[in-house]
Design a protein around this ligand. Structure first.
Ligand code: HH2
Length: 279
């Protein structure tokens, strides 16, 4: 299973990737405000690379439940100095940018990002063209509605079948717009318009999404369903639940985990992929 992201190409057959999260925002649900200043964000990125992150996901817009969209100009004002600083300090780092805006994606790719992580799966009609022109990697995630409304209705007849069918369609749209199929990764969108049961079903059935033949990215880190299961209110105390979710995802066939706690996740992922190989 090859994932092509501009000048980088990952063989994900044996080894899963750890994507470290850095939110350059004042209001993200877990790290909001901590890395809003460029110097703090760059230091965090370098720390996550030292901890073993294979790539970093930089976001200038929170997409937590109930959040409002952040204009492209403001996203870019947040991201630009971090991308430029990181490129200068860590030219080898693989950088993903978490945005629903084709304009932000275009500027990020000009600044050397290799991946666009689009939680809206091409809601911006210009997104696929921008990604295709750069030959960048593209993460397509399932989200019902928008972050503002997504938790209003979390009922599905069959969440795994619906999410899989949706992502198959979005993948075909991306390819029709010129994105190489080998550049695409798929993400069930844990917590995005999902109940606790829905998030659990998607985690447990990661293999159903992997059957579409593209790398699967799972982002469960510190999310609310983990708190609901364990009774842990504090987002920062959800590390062990997050590690369990990462292990399950990889054992069930995920190729990339998106996490806040990189060092521990990297170890857990090594064990889960070894167990998967032994199955
Ligand atoms: N989750 C979040 C943001 N972006 N992208 C993908 N592909 N998959 C995810 O599960 C995912 C994502 C939410 O987490 P976080 O970035 O920590 O918070 P916020 O959206 O509040 O910035």
């Amino acid at each position: 299973m090859i994932w092509r992201c501009r000048d980088r190409s990952f063989d994900l057959t044996q080894r899963a990737l750890v994507m470290g999260i850095v939110n350059v925002t004042p209001d993200s649900f877990s790290d909001g405000g901590r890395y809003a200043e460029p110097a703090a964000a760059i230091a965090r990125c370098e720390a996550l690379l030292e901890e073993g992150a294979d790539l970093l996901d930089l976001g200038g817009e929170s997409t937590r439940p109930g959040s409002a969209p952040v204009p492209a100009e403001e996203q870019w004002r947040r991201l630009a100095p971090v991308l430029a600083g990181l490129r200068a300090r860590r030219p080898d780092a693989v950088l993903s940018v978490d945005t629903r805006s084709a304009e932000v994606a275009r500027r990020a790719l000009e600044s050397g990002a290799q991946v666009i992580n689009d939680v809206s799966a091409l809601a911006d009609p210009a997104m696929a063209g921008v990604v295709a022109a750069a030959g960048a990697g593209l993460v397509l995630m399932h989200l019902r509605g928008t972050p503002a409304t997504m938790q209003d209705d979390t009922a599905y007849a069959d969440v795994v079948a619906e999410v899989t069918a949706y992502l198959r369609t979005r993948m075909h749209s991306a390819v029709a717009a010129g994105v190489e199929v080998t550049a695409i990764a798929l993400d069930p969108g844990i917590g995005f318009g999902k109940s606790t049961e829905g998030s659990l079903a998607l985690l447990a059935h990661t293999a159903a999404l992997a059957a579409l033949g593209r790398p699967v990215l799972v982002g469960a880190s510190r999310k609310r369903f983990l708190g609901a299961i364990t009774g842990v209110e504090s987002v920062h105390d959800r590390v062990d639940g997050s590690l369990a979710a990462a292990a399950i995802a990889v054992f069930e066939g995920a190729h990339i985990v998106r996490v806040h706690d990189v060092r521990a996740s990297a170890r857990v992922v090594r064990v889960a992929e070894a167990a998967r190989a032994a199955r």
